[in-house]
Design a protein around this ligand. Structure first.
Ligand code: CP3
Length: 343
């Protein structure tokens, strides 16, 4: 087993900088398209044999140092009792958004083994398939990011409904966050018990908040989630998109690894987080459309600056785009392995 990724998460010495890509299994891969052509996205997530196959595709094709479970952050929301659909045009749609206390009351705290057995089954298959390859990362959305989807009913431009609930009905918002925190903890604990070797928590939308709102409405819940999960003994990665303005608060989350987006220079992020933090990131996903020499320069710059942290895991600053040429993603992984070797 290649355990370079796990060692880097723990801040231990490694012989090279490990790399994986957010959304590494997906539409940019013709092999994914071939499977997805015959099945809708949600059914794919719930079919363990196929979900496992899709998880393995980037490990073999790109040569990354970790696999990430194929699923979606919105899957538990369905198990909490909301109707979820993926439309090709609009992305995820939750038809009856949560806007009041009685809607929060109706939400179910799922029993993972009963309500999402397919997740645990996929992990079991992958454990066998990955035995001599790379570690498996489990994941979930962070309570706040899940709350935004539930309240907005999908993606949003200014998240007004979410902020209105926070500002006008903080008790209802806290009640929702409480239910999501309990669900997230039990969901991720079940994934760890089934065999995932690391966890990434995606807080895609936390960067839309001012530092004070992040501190009051988000931090207490993410701190509690992470401190509960730490009892299970696997590394916890916390990724926040558009993190620059709230890094000082994010540092207090207690995560083993902080994932950052590309809008901040990695040196500045390390300065703000301190040299005791392990960092993950942060190449602009669009850099994969640069000429090869320019892409390599950017990879080298991030690798070199990443040396100042306690540990560095190379990644994109957000998910890989569906239009990305596969050969460019392969070239990036090769460049990280070549230039990231500790000589
Ligand atoms: O990283 C991986 O390879 C593992 C699988 C994974 C998916 N989604 C598969 C997916 C992971 C970790 C996610 C996380 C996720 N999902 C996030 C957090 C990370 C981020 O990107 O910010 C969010 C916000 C979602 C919600 C979501 N899922 C949206 C907004 C969309 C539609 C937009 C889009 O990219 O299509 C999805 C769909 C989705 N999730 C696809 C995949 C492969 C595309 C579905 C398809 O095949 O049509």
């Amino acid at each position: 087993m290649n355990d370079t990724f796990l060692k880097a998460c723990r801040g231990e010495n490694v012989s090279y900088t490990p790399v994986w890509l957010m959304r590494q299994a997906g539409r940019y891969l013709p092999e994914y398209q071939a499977i997805r052509g015959n099945i809708d996205f949600l059914t794919l997530c719930k079919t363990p044999k196929l979900a496992a196959e899709v998880t393995l595709q980037p490990v073999d094709i790109l040569g990354v140092d970790a696999a990430i479970l194929f699923s979606d952050i919105l899957i538990p929301i369905e198990s909490m009792g909301m109707r979820l659909e993926f439309s090709d045009k609009e992305g995820p749609v939750l038809s009856e958004p949560i806007r009041n206390k009685s809607a929060v009351e109706r939400l179910i705290i799922p029993d993972i083994e009963e309500d999402m057995p397919f997740i645990l089954e996929t992990i079991k298959i992958l454990q066998k398939e990955l035995e001599n390859k790379v570690p498996l990362i489990g994941f979930s959305g962070a309570p706040f990011t899940l709350a935004t989807y539930m309240i907005e009913g999908g993606t949003s431009k200014n998240f007004l409904n979410t902020k209105k609930m926070m500002f006008q009905h903080p008790g209802v918002f806290d009640y929702l966050m409480e239910k999501l925190t309990v669900t997230t903890i039990s969901y991720l604990t079940a994934q760890i018990k089934a065999g995932v070797q690391a966890i990434q928590i995606f807080d895609t939308w936390a960067g839309i908040l001012s530092p004070i709102d992040y501190k009051n409405f988000v931090l207490p819940y993410i701190k509690r989630t992470i401190s509960e999960l730490k009892k299970e003994g696997v590394p916890i990665i916390y990724f926040v998109n558009e993190c620059a303005g709230i890094l000082k608060e994010i540092k207090k989350s207690g995560a083993d690894v902080i994932g950052i987006d590309w809008r901040i220079d990695i040196s500045d992020a390390i300065k703000k987080l301190g040299k005791k933090t392990v960092i993950q990131g942060n190449l602009d996903p669009c850099a994969l459309f640069l000429p090869k020499e320019d892409l390599e320069e950017r990879v080298k710059d991030i690798l070199w600056k990443g040396e100042a942290a306690k540990g560095h895991i190379f990644n994109l600053g957000h998910g890989i785009l569906p239009q990305t040429p596969v050969e460019n993603a392969i070239a990036m992984v090769k460049a990280v392995h070549y230039y990231g070797e500790k000589r």
